[in-house]
Design a protein around this ligand. Structure first.
Ligand code: PLP
Length: 389
């Protein structure tokens, strides 16, 4: 007799992963697919990070555990990064190294909230927040951040939530819209959270990838916020699975214990690579070159895709996404993404992955890849729209 599964194990899948799997099947049949589905840089880790791994290989300590909070040089390097980028003095003791930012969210949820509590997130927003909340027994509450709200969550919509949520998780720059909150917008939200006893979790994983707009850190305004970040995006190291959190002092000890019990420590060679990436000055200029490429890629897509496909597109000011309003073309983004893959050889992500109500009318394009790939994708989508709509 089959034994029961927990209700929390019934999670929605990441649609982008389903698209990736279908794209891989087509590639096995020798089809050449443009990858605009996954949010992952096509570049590798900075040279200093790869060199650091090679140099560390012969040291037995590089193959062992580290402290659960993370290696001291890495925690110090991350703390210094806050001085360099935001002029903030962060005590390295408040830095917790995590397995990607993904583990940071799970840790933050488990440490800050009890089962049944309510956490707000934007709609559209990063769907893993919603799924993770379900898996740890939290209730997800939506705050609209669509074109009607200028793509940013409004204080009046947060005020209107009843009962008041216990937490708010927010990403700026946003995935999927690429919208960046103005420093005063983030500050106003952080102040509202502080004043109302709402724990702010600020997902700053796309910091560093902005195009001519200012972005700020939640810690510039709030001392109770948790900031989550990662080496995946700006640092171009998705596969190393290293992220971090900056947390208020009283959360360091509970998070340390949770990490000890869940993963013991973050992979050591990856921490060594991350330390080099965040401390080496050449690495930063290498990474700035990637951001220049993302901007070029964004412009290729915005300049060459048909207006009918882009629709009322969100301003792609940061991260590496275009959130196209495809309502003039299709009312089912899953079918549209499938057709673009099969008929135009372009892998994209259905908006339904990010917006539970209106995502059927949008498609997310990632421009983290090579510029040639963007040009070809724009050509293929343009021809497809011409022939099919
Ligand atoms: C907004 C956002 N947060 C977090 C993540 C997770 O990244 P990682 O676990 O690689 O740090 C992603 C990945 O795409 C993301 O888009």
């Amino acid at each position: 007799m089959a034994l029961k599964r927990s209700d929390r194990s019934y999670l929605a899948s990441f649609m982008v992963m389903d698209v990736m799997a279908k794209a891989a099947e087509l590639e096995e049949m020798n089809r050449s697919i443009m990858h605009l589905e996954v949010g992952q840089p096509s570049t590798g880790a900075p040279k200093a990070a790869s060199d650091a791994i090679v140099a560390a290989l012969s040291n037995p300590a590089s193959h062992g555990y580290t402290l659960s909070t993370g290696m001291t040089p890495l925690r110090r390097g991350i703390a210094r990064h806050y001085k360099r980028w935001y002029d903030l003095d962060i005590d390295p003791e408040r830095v917790m190294v995590t397995v990607g930012s993904s583990m940071g969210f799970a840790m933050a949820f488990l440490t800050c909230f009890d089962a049944g509590e309510r956490i707000a997130m934007t709609n559209p927003g990063y769907s893993a927040y919603r799924n993770l909340m379900k898996s740890v027994g939290l209730e997800c509450v939506d705050v609209p951040a669509r074109s009607a709200q200028n793509w940013v969550p409004r204080l009046e919509d947060l005020e209107a939530l009843s009962p008041r949520p216990d937490g708010l998780i927010l990403a700026s720059p946003s995935n999927p819209t690429g919208v960046v909150l103005k420093p005063e917008e983030l500050a106003a939200i952080a102040k509202w959270c502080d004043a109302n006893g709402v724990r702010l979790i600020s997902d700053e994983i796309y910091h560093g990838i902005t195009f001519g707009v200012d972005h700020s850190c939640a810690l510039e305004t709030s001392s109770s916020a948790i900031v989550v970040n990662s080496f995946s995006k700006y640092f171009s190291m998705t596969g190393h699975r290293v992220g971090w959190m900056i947390v208020p002092e009283d959360l360091v000890d509970p998070l340390d214990r949770l990490t000890q019990n869940c993963v013991i420590s973050v992979p050591t060679l990856s921490q060594i690579a991350a330390t080099a990436a965040i401390t080496d000055e050449h690495a930063l200029s290498e990474l700035a070159g990637h951001v220049d490429r993302y901007r070029i890629n964004r412009d290729i897509l915005l300049d060459h895709l048909p207006a009918k496909f882009l629709g009322n597109v969100a301003p792609a000011e940061g991260a590496f996404y275009i959130y196209a309003d495809t309502s003039a073309i299709s009312n089912d983004s899953v079918i549209l993404a499938d057709r673009l893959l099969n008929e135009a050889n372009v892998a994209t992500t259905p908006g339904a992955d990010f917006d539970t109500e209106e995502g059927h009318l949008a498609i997310r394009l990632s421009f983290a890849g090579a510029s040639e790939e963007m040009k070809q994708a724009a050509e293929n989508i343009t021809a497809w729209v011409r022939n099919n709509t």
